[in-house]
Design a protein. Sequence first.
Length: 454
Amino acid sequence: MFSVRKRSSAAFSAAIIALGIFGSWTSAPVYAAPAPHYGLFGKSDPTYDGVYRQSLAILGLKSAGRTVPSAAASWLVHQQCTDGGFQPVRTTSSTACTASDAAGYVGEDSNSTAAAAAALHDLGYVTAATKALNWLKAMQNPDGGFPWFVGGQSDANSTALALLANKAAGVSAAQLTKNGHTPTDFLRSLQVLCTGSDTNDRGGFAYQDFGTGLVANDSATVSAVLALTGQTLHVVSRPASTANSTLTCVSGQPASYSPTIVGAGYISRLLVKYAGAVPQFDYTNSVRLAGSKSLGDTAWAALALSASGVGSSQLNKAVAVLRANESASYSDPGLEGLFLLVYRATNQPAALRSRLAAHLASLVRRPLAANQVRPSISGTPSVGRRVTCAAGTWTNSPALSITWFRSGSQKVQGTGATYLIRTADKSTSLRCVVKATTTSGTTTAVSKSRRVTA
């Protein structure tokens, strides 16, 4: 069986946050600073994942060839701190950022910054993206790896994200050498080779080196393998590899091997064992949850296999799991963006990608709609005739619904733009009520009443 290791809750949190992922302008176009969180994807509280999910959503939309809503781009741009880094969320662009604090696990962090840098580069905000990458470079550790927060211990997930973000900007691992070590050197130092009692761990990557022997971690492995392929999150699928994906050990030492290929072999074995899905992990008891699915990790696994060319049958099973559970991503913009990245990498039908991208784009928070021209009723209001409600004009492109009411009653008499006047309506007055709904809520406007004649 695959082995696991218990870690501190803080380390677990770092691993969890790192998994969701995952013609140029010389400077960003000028936008007015957005109102609080207008332009953010999704309704859920952004306290812990605002920038991260926004970035993955943008990357997903770009992979589908869809224009990113300007409000969404503006929101991300205005989240950047003055030093170039990003924290999970700022209430407004005038709110000062919190300094990165490895002890308190708060403030600017590498995961938010790396994801944002990749998204900004996709959007063409070269100056902002470069500033974010410079912030990452400044917080890199001497071992070549990247910590979650400045001054913390390097970990596989943060290092993988930093590599992917830099690759998107054309920066190689060699250009990130620090103290003689590159990020790929650090990742390779976490790969489980011929030590340990569980041979299934071989090829996998530990999240961190806790000093008591490396133990493979599923989440760390799927991100590390993708980063080591040298690709970006916009994966170009590689032909099937003929290299041996099983690590061979001779007298306790590994025979010739490719870190990427044997890492992909670990992922393939994992997907075979768990029916095409990476299972969820119980961080309290340090066990995989039987029968569960971590869709985020499964999406990362699919990207890693697609980029490495290893495990085509396991890749197909992982994609099948994602497609079967696609509705679970509808309330999670970051996950939905990740699904779109997988669908592009594995060449899923264009209609499927277009539909999912359209849904994701609809999740952008917009201000409440404001009525500019009042609703009105047209037609002859007499029994047996139909009258029509014109909804009026509204700001912020809301979804509109129309209901009809009779004077002296709060009971809905009908819905829709037209209404057939009945005998019971005689000598009463009708009015139509228009409800305009955006992601921020619903606004109502009422027409003038029309008296019904015989």
